[in-house]
Design a protein around this ligand. Sequence first.
Ligand SMILES: [Zn+2]
Ligand SMILES: [Zn+2]
Length: 258
Amino acid sequence: MVALLLDFLRLLGLMVGAVVAVMLLTGLFFEIMNARHPERRIQKDRVNRRKWKELRQAPISILTLSVCFAFGLFAQQQGWSLVPLELSWWSGPLMLMISVVLYDAWFYWVHRLLHSRVFYRFHALHHKSVAPTVWSNHHESFVEALLNQAYYAIIVFVLPVPWQMLVLQKLYDQISGMLGHAGFEHFASPAGRSPWPLASTVFHDQHHGTFRFNYGHTFSLWDRWMGTLHPRYDNTLKSFEPSGNEPDAPESRAPERP
Ligand SMILES: [Zn+2]
Ligand SMILES: [Zn+2]
């Protein structure tokens, strides 16, 4: 039992170290990109100086996500979960794709739940940043982090996904989560708007700016199906593309809370 616990703690330590390293590298990358391209700021009339306040919450967020993720991997390693498919040229990409699609649905509905009257108290901290920064990604309560990241503790019991693909997905989540909060649209492309399914930085930035649109993560599909897509999303993203229109009017200055 003690040996089992020590094994888990070793995995957890590795996970925390990896997340912190990826967070710092990604954050540094966006700090440099943002400083070089001030014209790409999404909410032109708002500047967020809450970076250090946001970072104070990061240890709780990182520890929670690391425990969930390490538990998923550990459960699989110990044979407590479904036996994963052997990694191959087809099983890896297929399992990864299914898991990304499933997590997007999980994230959308957990996020909708967090905006309900009962649960908003756990999400209010994250919404203190109306104009998010790359560091807002980890500015969340313990309950919010747990609800979102529980996916990684559960998925190994539902999907026979090889652990290497879960690591890739987590790496993608970490980087794309920070990208979504960067506050600057550096990668505007037609793939992020209709008829394509991907989201963008503008997508989640509008969520923070308005509190009531764009609840999804990787894709805009759930928001399009459920009628929660920001009405100017496609046009605003287009305005950041090199051949786009003039930028849209700034988002509503007095956001509505749920
Ligand atoms: Zn929200
Ligand atoms: Zn956010």
